[in-house]
Design a protein around this ligand. Structure first.
Ligand SMILES: C[S@@+](CC[C@H](N)C(=O)[O-])C[C@H]1O[C@@H](n2cnc3c(N)ncnc32)[C@H](O)[C@@H]1O
Length: 500
């Protein structure tokens, strides 16, 4: 048997067992690894070694471990992670509560990715993370999983991370490495799993969010499809799957919906009969609405109800029958836009809002929703121009000041943001979102006293109960009042500990 036909047998075996293909430049790596393992096992000749691999699954794993590409680091491709934490996660927290939101890092390598998620969550929720989240990292390679469990990292792993986080979440060790602190380590569990296996362990079942980033690049098309299908099946309804930036379009195979949020993409499991049976009894059922011939249920969270309640149409329109018809038509389409917003279908929602404004440009709430949608889609410049339009029409519109503050904060213009939040508070002293953002800015600026005051005010308003229902009228995809309460308490405890 010549050398290449020997390699062909190895390639075939590895494709079947771990899904990797070894063509062109990877062929040499395969050949070297085989030689290395043959030496270790004292095997003479490719034929004898392939026979050994066929009957010794441990040996097959050892060879696989030499061939996996384990490149990873903390805060890799952070835009995706920020999107998850800032805008996508809150929905799952609400649905799952009081159970933890389940996050799986599939192909986690040495653990930097799931630990990054744990650190980001700890930054927001502190010790409550233990009850709020369940994070699991899996990989085919037992060596990287052992290293992830240990949680000690060299400098290279921190090349994408803010150095202040290194101080907060790691301890230097005598080996020159940095050891992840126990309270972060405790949040993540690791397990050896081959994503090609016919079934996955219990820990991986029914995740809300799967990070499957920079793994599929090593798989040929048919393996990519197979694993993508398995992960999709694993997800809960409406669950999310994120792939690496360079992999996004490999996977649009009709199993999950590809969703765009600003410049970023992710996949969502949206079965055809959506929302008729939602997972949580916490959701109040809403009447079904029609969208392009499909019956979809309006997403029933209190924030939406408050938006709809606030949508007041001009009285004069209701003065005759056609006015009434127009009124109900506009209201129905406004509801549709909100439903679509909650499905993250911002472009479609914006189309409807544009049509509403064209039909009735006195419908003020349509402008506020438009600004909010543009903000959620990270189209900040357009959102700002909508806010300016709103203020030209109504100088007392609270939402416009709030949105301008949030946009300024996103752009890193903290002075402008604080000014806008102050204007919002001037209009309504109980506008907790303005107090909250002010507190966050002051926190980052290390203005301990003023930050504490603002967090305390936010907490007081939220805890007063009567205002909880208000949620965040025009920011339907962000955290709810209860979640903000946890964040405020955590920040106050950090401010307290910074005193001493
Ligand atoms: C490049 S790392 C990606 C790490 C991390 N997700 C990131 O984006 O930084 C790819 C990981 O996928 C793992 N992997 C490859 N094939 C796998 C399989 N069949 N099952 C599970 N993990 C696999 C490799 O062992 C490797 O650690």
């Amino acid at each position: 048997m010549n050398r290449n036909s020997n390699l062909a047998a190895f390639k075939e075996l590895l494709l079947r067992t771990c899904g990797h293909s070894f063509e062109k430049d990877r062929e040499q790596a395969l050949s070297k690894s085989i030689t290395k393992r043959m030496k270790v096992r004292g095997v003479d000749g490719h034929d004898a070694y392939i026979s050994l691999l066929m009957c010794d699954s441990d040996e097959l794993l050892r060879l696989t471990e030499l061939l996996t590409v384990n490149e990873t680091y903390f805060f890799r491709e952070p835009d995706h992670l920020n999107m998850v934490i800032d805008t996508l996660l809150p929905e799952f927290m609400t649905i799952r509560s009081p159970k933890p939101v389940r996050i799986v890092s599939a192909g986690c390598s040495t653990g930097e990715e799931p630990y990054t998620i744990a650190i980001m969550l700890w930054e927001r929720f502190g010790a409550d993370c233990e009850r709020l989240f369940d994070i699991v990292g899996v990989d085919i390679d037992s060596i990287v999983i052992a290293s992830a469990k240990q949680g000690a990292y060299g400098k290279n792993s921190f090349r994408g991370m803010d150095p202040s986080l290194l101080e907060r979440y790691f301890d230097p060790s005598c080996s020159g490495k940095y050891q992840v602190r126990d309270y972060i380590k405790k949040l993540v569990r690791f397990e050896v799993v081959n994503l090609l296996d016919s079934s996955y362990p219990v820990r991986m079942q029914q995740p809300d969010i799967i990070l499957y980033r920079n793994v599929s690049i090593y798989f040929p098309g048919q393996v990519q499809r197979e694993i993508f299908g398995k992960l999709a099946e694993l997800l809960v309804d409406e669950g999310l799957l994120l792939v690496g930036v360079s992999e996004t379009f490999h996977h649009d195979v009709g199993i999950l919906s590809l969703i765009r949020q600003g410049p970023l993409f992710y996949y969502r499991k949206t079965p055809p009969i959506i929302f008729a049976e939602r997972r949580s009894s916490k959701h109040i059922s809403q009447p079904a609405v029609q969208w392009r011939g499909e019956s979809v249920q309006a997403v029933p969270v209190s924030t939406i109800r408050s938006v709809i309640r606030q949508a007041r149409l001009p009285e004069k329109q209701a003065s005759d029958v056609s006015g009434l018809r127009q009124l109900s038509d506009v209201r129905e389409r406004f509801d549709e836009a909100i439903t679509l917003a909650h499905l993250n279908k911002y472009d479609k929602a914006l189309d409807i809002i544009a049509a509403i404004i064209e039909q009735d440009n006195s419908f003020e709430k349509a402008y506020s929703l438009k600004g909010s949608l543009l903000m959620n889609a990270s189209r900040f410049d357009e959102a700002r121009s909508v806010c300016e339009t709103i203020l030209n029409r109504d100088l007392l519109c609270l939402e416009a000041y709030l949105m301008l503050g949030i946009i300024a904060r996103q752009k890193g213009n903290n002075d402008e943001a604080i000014k806008r939040f102050r204007e919002a508070i001037y209009l309504d002293a109980s506008c907790w979102l303005a107090h909250f953002h002010t507190a966050e800015i002051l926190f980052v600026q290390k203005d301990v006293k003023r930050s504490r005051n603002s967090f305390e005010t936010t907490l007081k308003i939220l805890e007063s109960g009567s205002l909880k229902e208000r949620g965040q009228a025009f920011f339907p995809l962000s955290y709810n009042a209860e979640q903000f309460i946890v964040i405020c308490r955590h920040k106050l405890s950090l401010l307290d500990s910074s005193k001493g």
